[in-house]
Ligand binder design. Sequence first.
Ligand SMILES: Cc1cc2nc3c(=O)[nH]c(=O)nc-3n(C[C@H](O)[C@H](O)[C@H](O)COP(=O)(O)OP(=O)(O)OC[C@H]3O[C@@H](n4cnc5c(N)ncnc54)[C@H](O)[C@@H]3O)c2cc1C
Length: 496
Amino acid sequence: MEKTRVIVVGGGIGGLTAAAYLSMEEKCDVTLLEASLEWGGCAGKFSRGAYTFPVGATLGLGFEAGGIHDQILNDLNIEIDCVLLNEVMTVNIGEKKIVYFKERDQFLVEMEKHFPEDIENIRAFFKHCWKMASPIYEMTRHFPVLPPVTPSEWLRLLALARPNQLKLIPSFNQSLQGVLKKYDLDKNKLFVHFIDGLIIDSLQATSKHASFLMAAIALDVYHRGAFYLKGGLYKVADAMVKKVVENGGTVKRGRRVVSVSKKDGRWLVVDQRDREYVGDHVILNTPLESLGELLDPSLYHKLPRKTKVEKGEQWGAFTLYLSVKEEVFPEYFPLFSQVVPDPLKPVTEGHHLFVSVSSDEDRLRAPKGFRTMTVSTHTNLSRWGEQESYDQLKEEMTNFILLQLETVLPNVRKGITQLYPGAPKAWEQFTNRPSGGVGGYPQTVKSSLFYDKSHRSNIKGLWFCGDTVFPGAGTMAVSSSGFHVARSIKTDLKLK
Ligand SMILES: Cc1cc2nc3c(=O)[nH]c(=O)nc-3n(C[C@H](O)[C@H](O)[C@H](O)COP(=O)(O)OP(=O)(O)OC[C@H]3O[C@@H](n4cnc5c(N)ncnc54)[C@H](O)[C@@H]3O)c2cc1C
């Protein structure tokens, strides 16, 4: 029996999920091509000696029983060592140190401690968010696809419809800002900043533009379970690669795909050294901005308009990777925290930091007596100009971030043994994201859910997964998109 050849371009979590699922099918012959020498893309790692630094993603979500990662990893028969956090993170905002508890009641008590003046409205606001998120969470267990494009996607969606979802309908076109207003919380600037800081990482938007339903999911998800993964989230990527190989698939690193075209009715994929790969299906786990360069113009022309994304729609990230002596940490320092010394400033450009620290027992990350840290902030890509100003900005951002970090870890500079900045060009170079744009597109009312971008291309045998298509950013979301593609290909091939 001749096998169906599937070529997956990109070994981020999206592409890896699709590859791992399809490699389980006898009828599929999977080849996975990754440009860099590391797997996992934004959820990958890099190592320097005995130190391992997560590139971007550090906080594990969706690993709880029945969560997206849990379901996918179970299907793939993969076990991951992860620790459930009762304290998800500490948000240092102005003078406040707000502990984000997993338990909802404990979290509301913490809210009362910090926002006593508005606590009744805050309680009602969160309860409303959680109530709206609950039926969506139940639905996501079945991996619904938005926007539905084919009759089978519509049928699947309709089959999942339940009476308790009717209450969601009025919220589809609501912004988070509208709901904050309804609860009279829009005037509480500190609370709004707190919320903006929580949602910017997953939705790439603040309350002003963010879709309320997407925000409700983002604010609910921490209470479902947030996890520390020993070593880091790259463990998921590595385990998936291993699965593909065990199942007879082929995986290749250092293969940057430079063109995708059609030849004699099949797909022709060519890498940077003119090596050719022929397939019946091609899955692109690359940001949609790459399509203009990768695809033959006659094919690009046929893509849905929404999919032809110009550069500049994503945020950039600026990151600092540090190895730090244990002695500069106080007795307790949260594994995950946000640092926002001045809440009057925007939640970008170093004014808002997401700080992840390796656990003192995590020998996969650092030797005894040391820890590694990944510190990240959103940055506007248009700020990053020509070489001279670029280098200057990189230095300024590094110093500024260290200053901000000192507000929670006063002796940090004394303890740093290695420091690597990650500006947009580094992101472009190591994760192949055009211009260094990361995190997918802002999940606004006009661009999310039914308005989001499909994993389908309208061209037979060409598929997309990753954070620039539904359901967006985060390892949990991109893994879903990889699942969607694998399921659609299996349906095409009439496999169960
Ligand atoms: C700073 C930062 C912090 C984050 N923190 C978290 C977090 O704590 N928790 C969380 O869940 N999520 C987090 N995220 C989001 C999450 O990391 C991403 O949404 C997700 O990993 C993206 O996966 P992906 O598969 O879409 O793409 P990517 O991770 O970008 O992977 C795509 C892969 O394709 C390869 N590739 C691209 N072009 C080509 C080509 N032409 N040929 C061959 N290969 C190619 C790339 O090298 C890359 O390995 C964070 C993101 C960032 C940037």
